[in-house]
Design a protein around this ligand. Structure first.
Ligand SMILES: Cc1cc2nc3c(=O)[nH]c(=O)nc-3n(C[C@H](O)[C@H](O)[C@H](O)COP(=O)(O)OP(=O)(O)OC[C@H]3O[C@@H](n4cnc5c(N)ncnc54)[C@H](O)[C@@H]3O)c2cc1C
Length: 395
């Protein structure tokens, strides 16, 4: 649990007044709370119905003192210097390049597929040119690309599709890749070099003391009141605020007027083992349908922690539970668009973050989105504060 939880109160019942109420203390809500308080001197109440700050990026030290990500591994990677500089006000970093192996044909091979993967699966010494020709010879020529299966089969061929993608996708989505839109696998990461880094972004690192410590630092401001374990619907009418920033599910906000927006969920099984290491990489993917989990994460690789024990998490996809991945089907996005129209018409509410915009975003994208929203608010505020004459002069 976050150490700073002790300083969080529940909002007072006697006419507490704020400029902003922010629902959701993940990246979207916390960036906006920090900016509004520090940048514009606003009084902010930020709430989360979970018992902690940090949203899905929340990490904590378990009973054995191992740093664990409660909602699965969160690896920071970005090409945005602006996002990195902003977050660097609240944390130092440890350099970290993420690597993933996949269990295929009884071996642990690099994922994304690269030169080493091909060498291990097919033997022999592939050169880069030979690998390009090898994949091209297997890629199926399809007249049109509609589905996720089409994307993969037309890039690396059916055999690698079946080994790496079909089972993983079926487990992840509960749907066959032939039933999923091509956008799910818009680009098949197959490399013909030996680069085995999972991400290729220019900036890859982890917050030195974890995400929760970083969030603690962001929200540590006299103008910010944090109330965890508090749902939006529980905010008493006596709490007054001028504007609402809502980072929760947009369909819930509008009482599911057009029906629920479907999500895929995950069950995280956290296990601590009485051994210093469990697997040879931070994450091992299990594309096989003989086991229910899609991947296992071992946190010590991510955190750099030295400990005689190790902590791992199994991820088991599920149709029930917390909303994690919007199900990418055209009818769902159509339903979202109807909610979005309602949102656009509500001038006293700003919708920000992955749940309010029904999109899978990486952390850096959500930070960028929140900074953009803040810039818009700051511009509006500045205009409102300018004397009448100068507005006329500028018009
Ligand atoms: C398994 C998994 C792994 C991921 N790994 C990575 C990764 O490696 N790298 C990366 O960049 N991104 C990763 N992500 C994405 C990352 O989690 C998101 O980008 C980020 O969490 C989005 O922040 P957010 O503030 O929009 O949403 P969230 O973090 O979900 O925060 C929203 C918060 O709002 C609260 N809330 C909702 N409704 C209400 C309500 N009515 N009242 C009060 N509180 C409410 C929720 O409890 C939640 O805490 C991963 C996501 C998942 C699911």
């Amino acid at each position: 649990m976050s150490t700073s939880q002790t300083r969080y109160g529940t909002p007072g019942t006697k006419s507490a007044e704020y400029d902003y109420l922010i629902v959701g203390a993940g990246f979207a809500g916390s960036v906006l709370a920090e900016r509004l308080a520090r940048g514009l001197g606003k009084r902010v109440l930020i709430i989360d119905r979970r018992p902690h700050i940090g949203g899905n990026a929340y990490d904590f030290h378990n009973d054995d003192g191992l740093l664990v990500h409660k909602y699965g591994p969160h690896i920071f990677h970005t090409n945005s210097e602006k996002v990195f500089q902003y977050l660097s006000h609240f944390t130092s970093w440890r350099p970290y390049e993420h690597r993933v192996l996949a269990q295929v044909d009884g071996m642990l091979v690099p994922m994304p597929i690269n030169l080493t993967t091909l060498r291990m699966l097919y033997g022999g010494e592939f050169s880069e040119d030979e690998a390009v020709r090898f994949l091209a010879a297997r890629a199926e020529q399809l007249p049109e690309i509609h589905t996720s299966e089409d994307v993969v089969v037309s890039t690396v061929g059916r055999e690698l599709y079946e080994k790496f993608f079909r089972g993983y996708t079926r487990k992840q989505w509960g749907l066959d890749p032939s039933e999923l839109d091509k956008s799910v696998t818009a680009r098949v990461p197959a490399r013909t070099s030996i680069d085995d880094r999972y991400f290729t972004d220019s900036i890859q690192c982890m917050p030195l003391h974890g995400y929760t410590r970083m969030f603690d630092s962001m929200l540590d401001h006299p103008n910010i009141t944090v109330a965890t374990g508090t749902a939006f619907k529980d905010i008493p009418a006596s709490v007054k605020y001028d504007h609402l920033i809502y980072c929760g599910p947009i369909d819930e906000f509008f009482d599911y007027r057009y029906g629920k927006l479907p999500y895929r969920s995950l069950d995280f099984r956290h296990v601590t083992l009485d051994q210093s290491q469990f697997q040879p990489a931070a994450v091992v993917n299990y594309p096989g349908e003989d086991v229910p989990h899609t991947r296992i994460t071992e946190y010590k690789y991510l955190t750099g922690q030295q400990h005689r024990k190790t902590s791992i998490t199994y991820e088991i996809p599920s149709s029930e539970g917390d909303p994690y991945y919007p199900v990418p089907r055209p009818e769902n996005f159509e339903r979202f668009r109807k909610y979005q129209e309602l949102g656009d018409a509500s001038s006293s509410v700003t919708f920000v973050g992955r749940l309010a915009t029904y999109r899978y975003y990486n952390m850096d994208q959500v930070v960028a989105q929140a900074l953009t929203v803040y810039a818009r608010i700051a511009e509006r505020e500045t205009k409102q504060q300018r004397p009448y004459k100068s507005i006329v002069a500028a018009a």
